[in-house]
Design a protein around this ligand. Structure first.
Ligand code: PBG
Length: 322
């Protein structure tokens, strides 16, 4: 044998030298859940270690993450049910606690990059990402609501909008509304390939945002489809998306790889709530070693081609690598 691959694995120094993929905290976007009020910190049932925070405590959390090198945060509102209505009007009410909080967060941490979610579900009494009429999700009417949400969020000074609703034409519609109103510098990270996945369960519990009836299969993608993701991504690029996202991540590594090979835009992957829950549950039972599987999972998402990873593991990873 004159070729012995084990020679390149013979010591830690050599292994580090030939290591092809490295995950760093610079790759992360840390999702956070915002509560109304003050002095509130409530753990998410199926996500041990992940809390919903009121603004005061969220500011502390962001500060401690920033010290660990995490600089980008995706902030989702927990909307009490009495605020929800058919048209999701709180989504663009500038006096609503979420929008006021975003402004405060940006003024306290101007160097942080703040991302928001553009979809109706947290504000909708139907629990859907679009307007529901007789069981149907209305696409073009929903775009108007999304445009108003995007504008209201952009006006708070946030950096990246994340349309997660999967309505047709929403990236172009939002881009146009932003540009017409002088928000040329606000970025769009499109949830390009967002699948109708059962892995979102813990997130919907955290936000109390599950659909009141039906499912999301008429707008989120069929998990069986790969080539359809290219149709979505081609459209998003044409419509002005700055980043393309694949969601979920772990069961969709082939889609991440496909995007990486097909496009020059940065590729993001959303390592979703159910993926986090699986790792936590197995390690709480003592069946898997959390720190090892967490790092291996993030590594696999990066190796598949993700430049950016939205992950609930961000802070624990940062603490481990400190
Ligand atoms: C809202 C939205 C969802 C997630 C991010 N934005 C839920 C859904 O589409 O039902 C899921 C995130 C996660 O599971 O961690 N449209």
């Amino acid at each position: 044998m004159h070729i012995r691959p084990r020679r390149n694995r013979k010591s830690l120094a050599i292994r580090n030298l030939v290591e092809e993929t490295k995950v760093t905290v610079d790759d992360f976007i840390f999702p956070l859940f915002l509560l109304e009020g003050s002095n509130q910190k409530i753990e998410v049932d199926a996500m041990p270690g992940i809390f919903r925070y009121s603004l005061d405590l969220m500011l502390n959390e962001i500060e401690s993450c920033m010290k660990l090198g995490i600089h980008t945060f995706d902030i989702f509102p927990v909307v009490p049910s009495h605020y929800k209505d058919k048209m999701g009007t709180k989504g663009y009410d500038e006096n609503f606690f979420y929008l006021k909080a975003l402004k405060e967060i940006k003024s306290r941490f101007p160097e942080a990059a703040i991302m928001t979610d553009v979809a109706m579900d947290p504000y909708s009494s139907d629990g859907h990402d679009g307007i529901v009429e007789e069981g149907e999700i209305l696409n073009d009417e929903t775009l108007e609501v999304l445009g108003k949400m995007a504008l209201a969020q952009a006006a708070t000074g946030i950096d990246i909008l994340g349309p997660s609703d999967m309505m047709d034409g929403r990236v172009g519609y939002i881009r146009e509304v932003l540009d017409e109103n002088g928000f040329m510098d606000v970025s769009i990270m499109s949830y390009s390939a967002k699948y109708a996945s059962a892995f979102y369960g813990p997130f919907r519990d955290a936000l109390d945002s599950a659909p009141k009836s039906g499912d999301k299969k008429s707008y989120q993608m069929n998990p069986a489809n790969q080539r359809e993701a290219l149709i979505e991504a081609d459209l998003d690029i044409d419509e002005g998306a700055d980043f393309l996202m694949v969601k979920p991540a772990l069961a969709y590594l082939d889609i991440i790889k496909l995007f990486k090979d097909s496009y020059s835009q940065p590729i993001a992957a959303y390592n979703v709530s159910g993926e986090y829950a699986m790792l936590k549950a197995a390690s709480e039972k003592g069946w898997l070693d959390y720190n090892s599987i967490m790092q291996e999972t993030l590594l696999s998402i990066k190796r598949a081609g993700a430049d950016i990873i939205l992950t609930y593991h961000a802070k624990e990873f940062a603490l481990l690598r400190r």
